[in-house]
Design a binder for this molecule. Sequence first.
Ligand code: BES
Ligand code: ZN
Ligand code: ZN
Length: 469
Amino acid sequence: MISFRINEANYAKVTFIKEEKEAILSPISLSFKGEIKTSLVTTNQESVCLHIGIGKEEILEPNQLREIGAYILKEMKKLGQDTFSIDCATLGYPSYSKWLGELVEGLVLGTYELPAYKKERKEQKQWTISLEGIEKEDEKDVLSMISEIVNLTQCVLNARDLVNAPGNKLRPFQFVKEIEIIFKDTDVEVEVLDEMQLKEIKMEALLSVGTSSAYSPYLVVLKYKNNPDTEECMGLVGKGVTCDTGGYCLKPASSMLGIKGDMAGAAAIIETVNALQLNRKKTNVVACIPICENRISKSSLLPGDVINAYDGSTIEILNTDAEGRLILADALSYLIQKEKVSQVLDIATLTGAVVGLLGFSIAGVLCDSEILWKKFEQSAKKAGERYLRIPFYEEHEKMIKSHVADIKNMGESYCGTITAGVFIRYFAKETPWIHLDIAGTAWVDNPVFEYQSKGATGAGITSIYYLCQ
Ligand code: BES
Ligand code: ZN
Ligand code: ZN
């Protein structure tokens, strides 16, 4: 946990040092030049001071500020100081709004500790950070800005916890319980459809994947309606496969370790809705989260099977490991048909192909609306997340035409990210649609940025949060 204060002095302090100020510091240390993400500690009777290098640039990139925030926290962890002050004036920026949010975000992200299932449990640290040098007349605005960012970033950390949870601690029914706990006593309406109810409404694409496991599937619907001035409502869908073995098209042992993270899309949507409600944002969203496992059993899908989707279309199964698009298709149809959303976003750890193309720091996007894409692009910029829009055309739609059904669940061995996307778009029909493939960015074995830690990243949340306002 972390809490912020304003203009309180503490024994431990942080000051920022620009690279050109090298000469001033040289009496203390010749080796510390103020380069970005380097630091120097000085102490006297009254204080311990952490000098943080911020490089030569006049204005730092927002992401550099997030990295500096996380760096400060990690250095303070090493120094054993959980209460400290940051001298904001030494950053030399004219207005707080340009950088304070990003710095606070980095500080909060830096507090993350991987949940470890060990005999000895570590106590959760309580951090208290004071921002010094804030003008009296700005205090109120700064405090309310910090409160929004802390809520939002705490939701990113909650999502990391969900995704990092071992598969056997987060079966579909346990995941549903977690969601109910998150939204207990909030304005978010939670509706849970179990296997029986899914059978009644003929949600067969979700059922055909979900009934492969002894742990039955669910569809969770979250409604946050807080803008009576408009009919507009954003539909959100997140892939919630709590374990993806591939089914009969079994994954090789070497790719099995990451399979518990196949619900990162669901975690992102849940925590986005949570952030919106915590910050009382004036907006309307309905989220639909299909939750299941993809396993081998007598009722598992087999290549060659044909199933009926919720919208009445038939799907030929070519590969049982392409399960995400099946459950997303039904969730999307449900949002459009039943909830009548005006636009729809889906997010999923969907294809290995996007990892091959973009690696672990950029996610792939497909979108069929220029307006929606522009708005998302701006939201992602504000969030400091990286996305690349990938094009698609009729030839890609042809790749998933089936001879025996309306559509098939994979194309050829090429264009894997595009064919997965256009499969989902088929079910979005006329509704403006945006699709985020976070297979690469949801999980990092080797963190790319200072504010990440090994494992789940919480990808997508901040961008979708800004998009939804
Ligand atoms: N969950 C996987 C995609 C994935 C791969 C996520 C690597 C994270 C890291 C998805 O269900 C899957 O298995 N996709 C297949 C589709 C193929 C069989 C058409 C893939 O990408 O290999
Ligand atoms: Zn799969
Ligand atoms: Zn999957």
